[in-house]
Every structure is written in C-alpha cells, then in structure tokens.
Design a protein around this ligand. Structure first.
Ligand SMILES: [Zn+2]
Length: 316
C-alpha cells in the first residue's frame, strides 16, 4: 500500500544511510548532513552560520551548532552527542541517524497486534514521588492512569496496570508485570519536580541506546551495555516522540524534548516503552494544571491519541 513515507522515498533511506561515509571526531562516527540529506531525498540548507535545515515534503529537521538537541517537525529530540558544524559542513552522529532520526521519520511496519497496554502509575505506598505540600505525585499518576485506561478501553485496547491502588511496587517488578500481562506496550506515568519553581514543561523518556550516554538528570555514561529494552530501540523512540508531539502541539506544554534514560522501568521492558514526565509539581502554574481534573482528562486524551498514532505508524 502506498504511504506518505514511500511517497517521500523514505523507504530507501535505511539502506542509503548505512552507506554514508563515516567521519571520525572525538572518538565518534559522524555523517555529513548534506550526504544524509541527499540519500534521504531531503534538501540541505544553511539558514544562518550556526543553523542548518534538512527539509522535504512533510519533513523539517533543524540542526543547531554544538547542540545535543535537534528539532524534528517542531519537536526537540536529544541525540547521543552534539551536532557538529565546521567549515561549512554539518555533521550528525551516525548512530543517531539509525537510532533517532530514521525511526521517527519512517518505521518498519509489522502485522504484530498492538492490543494490550500496561499503564504504570509512578510511585505508590510509602514512595510518594514528588511532593507539593500535602499533595503527592503518586496520587496524580494514579488518577491519570485511570483516565488514560478508561479512554484506551473505549478505543478498543485491552488495559492492564502495575497498580490500581496506593501500594508500593518495586521498580524492577513493573516491566515484569507488563510482561506477565502480555502487554504490547508499556507507559510509565510521572510528574516532575525541581528545587527551583522556575522549571516547567513536558518531557518523555525512552531507553538510551547501548554505548551512548543518557539525557536525564543523572545522565549515566556511554559505557553501558545493551539491556532487554534496547531490542525495541526503533519503536521506543517513535512512541516517545508521538507522546511528546501531542503534549506540545495539542496541549501547548513547553517542549523539554524527547530524552533518553536507562530507568529501571525501561531497561527491562520487552515491549515498546516510554516514561512521561507531564509537568512540574514544583511550578505553581503547572501544579494547578496537574491538579485540575478537566486538564487531566485532556492530557489523557492526548496520550491515547499518541498511542493510536504510534499504532498507525507501525501496523501493516
Ligand atoms: Zn515520578
């Protein structure tokens, strides 16, 4: 069946990208952005001495000098290493072409069903999560999970949970529960918090590819091996991207980017998995948004629609 992706010639990209000539810099392999653009049917252009773009029908990628973030169709995505702009050439880490850019632009489709979704409300029991006065993150993640679950059920999905009440669940048990429930997708739901009230915005995490460093606060190093969660690298990044896209584009949340972490709940997930940090309880304005049941229902609907978009992109 013809798809937007084939119309763009994207299906040929994977093979072309693997033939890109690597350029070694600081111990990493990079690809010339102009060469990648050519192989992918995109046009490469400088928009300022420090900014370059790759564009094509329905695709716009912004590369920023020495930045570890690129913008793909208006959503920020963190890379394994900074983009490198030198002597009128732009370079992208080769690994990020295959692990980040390509899977967001086009996916290998399969007949495998995506029917059962495991929702993981963060924290529980004595683990309160972030706190704001007498409000605890664990209450709001559970309320959000119930809203998301109800809407997923209405959309025809089978829904399971790692917890449905205020009880503790070990982090390492959560992906195992998903596996036991034969889940095809795992979503961990969280709210953020910071020492300063000025931090705000939404971010979504997925598993860090093997051999690269994470972009969470801890940011563990690049010497990490592959985990079971890495088997789903291609699917994970698209799932995280679709979630972030709707939180930003539909709900107007500030875009803190699609990020990478080897969180325990992601490391051992054997199905596509992502962790949502929808907003900061430590920011008074976002806190009001988090505690509003009306806004929570809109967030739940955006999450469900992102899952449906993900399903559409990967299914035959
Ligand atoms: Zn949390």
């Amino acid at each position: 069946m013809a798809t937007a992706a084939t119309a763009l010639g994207i299906n040929a990209r994977g093979q072309e990208a693997s033939r890109l000539q690597p350029v070694s810099f600081m111990g990493r392999n990079y690809a010339r952005a102009s060469a990648y653009a050519r192989s992918a049917g995109l046009s490469f252009k400088w928009t300022s001495p420090e900014l370059a773009t790759l564009t094509g029908p329905g695709v716009s990628i912004l590369l920023d000098h020495d930045s570890r973030k690129i913008r793909i169709n208006n959503i920020w995505v963190w890379l394994s290493a900074p983009v490198w702009l030198r002597d009128r050439e732009a370079f992208i880490p080769l690994l990020d072409i295959s692990k980040t850019v390509e899977p967001i632009l086009s996916q290998r489709r399969s007949r495998q069903a995506l029917r059962t979704i495991c929702l993981d409300p963060g924290h529980g029991g004595e683990d309160t999560g972030k706190r704001d006065g007498n409000r605890n993150e664990k209450q709001y993640t559970l309320l959000l999970a119930r809203d998301v679950g109800r809407l997923l059920g209405r959309a025809g999905f089978r829904v399971t949970y790692t917890r449905t009440s205020d009880r503790p669940v070990e982090l390492s048990d959560r992906p195992l529960i998903a596996q036991r429930h034969k889940a095809d997708l795992f979503l961990s739901l969280h709210y953020n918090g910071a020492d300063v009230s000025s931090a705000f915005g939404a971010e979504v995490y997925c598993m860090t590819p093997a051999g690269t460093s994470s972009t969470n606060a801890g940011g563990e190093g690049a010497d990490s091996p592959a985990y079971p969660g890495n088997r789903m690298d291609e699917r994970n990044i698209l799932l995280a991207y679709e979630l972030q896209k709707l939180m930003v584009a539909r709900l107007g949340r500030t875009d803190r980017g699609v990020r990478r972490a080897r969180f325990a709940v992601l490391r051992d997930a054997t199905m596509p998995a992502a962790l949502i940090e929808a907003g900061f309880m430590s920011n008074p304005q976002e806190a009001r948004w988090i505690y509003s049941s009306k806004d929570r229902a809109l967030l739940a609907q955006a999450i469900v629609d992102a899952v449906r978009n993900f399903k559409k992109a990967i299914s035959l």
